[in-house]
Ligand binder design. Structure first.
Ligand SMILES: [Zn+2]
Ligand SMILES: [Zn+2]
Length: 435
């Protein structure tokens, strides 16, 4: 159960949030694992924000968290033979989609049944009083709910043909009554974000270009970013595989405004749910949950430490004309839905490295090097580097160019449909030279 984030205590060994009991006689706190019979170690209490805490639904312990409810603080007093303990539950309760629906419906019997079915190994003191506890919590739930940024969802790439629908659902979520996390819950900002999504260009980055982007993002020099660096004033990017430091981001949006650019990175949700809850998740939330945001003013710098570095690297590589763009035909049902409401047919731009779809098995003149004794299961990009390149009238302006990326790995490992690698070196275009 969550205490306010600042006071949450987790176990350093296993990352789980710990139950905290206060001894009423001595005033001393002691901690237990929520899953006492599973733990093979003693709790090692540490403030939860200092470690990579494993957050779970505060009702059923599932880690696929969608919402946070605000609850008037609930206390449980345990009077046992030898001790008198008090457990204070916090005011923020995380919920998975199924528990959230039951909480919204104030359906305590089904909520308790679900929790028992989930086999949550409660402390013995709790299990006898589960129903009473759940009733107290449900009675204390305050109106409204916020989208959660904690929990774990298996990152899953978004399918390109339904990207218009995913965009529309995200715009609808931003216009909904659910509170946005990350400081985005401001009415004017929400209006701006939703309008920006309506006008967003949709980009789907193929697997090979995503890999290059990940490699380039990891070495991105500290740089400023302006609207001119983005391929469109408003956009949504989906990557063919997860990006970011934890490989948990599958999409990003950006919004140009008079002060700069707002970037939001998202994690994908839905994977691992059965059909019923998945459908409700798609209807209520959609495919994406905001996970990180930044607002970049013209003088602000960004570097590899920012989760948005993947977005910036993707922009710069697109701007470098290292890529070519084709159009993906949107899903037929989506095209018809657009037609019915008089909207122009949605376009999804598939971005890939120039030439990748033509010939397979063409290699560069540089030999991939295999390290003896190590069996690599995939190929990877190496040796690219960024350079600040002069351009424009009198070559007075500078922009970051990514040079000389190469692919390495066993030639027989077919991670990609195509193994063509194009080295920048011969292209001259628009007065820009790639050396
Ligand atoms: Zn532990
Ligand atoms: Zn749950």
């Amino acid at each position: 159960m969550s205490i306010d984030p600042a006071q949450q205590i987790a176990c350093r060994t296993c990352g789980r949030l710990l139950n905290r009991y206060l001894d009423l006689d001595t005033g001393q706190a002691h901690y237990t694992h929520p899953t006492s019979e599973r733990a093979d170690h003693d709790p090692d209490p540490v403030p939860a924000d200092q470690i990579d805490t494993h957050h779970v639904c505060d009702f059923c312990s599932d880690d696929k968290i969608v919402y946070t409810f605000r609850v008037n603080p609930v206390e449980m007093v345990v009077i046992a033979d030898t001790e008198q303990l008090i457990q204070r539950y916090g005011s923020n309760w995380s919920a998975c989609i199924e528990c959230a629906d039951l909480v919204q419906a104030r359906d305590v019997p089904r909520l308790s049944a679900r929790i028992m079915r989930a086999g949550v190994p409660f402390d013995p003191q709790v299990i006898d009083n589960l129903h009473t506890m759940q009733q107290a919590v449900v009675d204390s739930v305050l109106p409204g709910r916020a989208l959660a940024t904690i929990g774990h969802w298996q990152p899953t790439p978004l399918p390109a043909p339904i990207l218009p629908k995913i965009r529309d659902r995200l715009a609808q979520l931003i216009r909904s009554h659910d509170e946005l996390p990350l400081g985005l819950n401001n009415t004017d900002l929400r209006d701006q974000l939703a309008a920006s999504l309506d006008a967003a260009r949709l980009y789907w980055i193929d697997r090979e270009f995503t890999e290059l982007t990940t490699h380039a993002a990891a070495s991105l020099p500290t740089t400023t970013v302006t609207a001119a660096d983005a391929p469109a004033p408003h956009g949504l990017i989906a990557w063919a595989q997860p990006v970011g430091h934890r490989a948990d981001l599958t999409a990003a949006t950006w919004t140009t405004n008079p002060d700069g650019i707002r970037i939001i990175c998202y994690r994908s949700i839905g994977t691992g749910l059965s059909a019923g809850p998945l459908q409700r998740l798609r209807e209520q939330v959609g495919w994406l949950l905001p996970h990180y945001t930044t607002h970049l003013r013209p003088d602000d710098v960004i570097d590899t430490t920012s989760p948005a570095s993947a977005v910036i690297a993707t922009w710069l590589l697109i701007g470098q004309k290292l890529t070519e763009t084709t159009t993906v035909t949107a899903d037929k049902a989506i095209r018809k839905a657009y037609q019915r409401t008089g909207r122009p047919a949605p376009e999804v731009r598939l971005v890939r490295i120039r030439g990748t779809a033509t010939t397979a098995n063409t290699h560069t003149d540089r030999q991939p090097t295999n390290q003896p004794g190590r069996e690599h299961q995939y190929r990877w990009w190496v040796r690219g580097h960024w350079r600040n390149q002069p351009y424009g009238p009198g070559r007075t302006q500078r922009r970051l160019i990514y040079l000389d990326p190469q692919i390495r790995g066993p030639e027989d490992k077919p991670i990609k449909a195509s193994t063509t690698v194009r080295i920048l070196g011969t292209t001259r275009r628009n007065g820009t030279e790639h050396s």
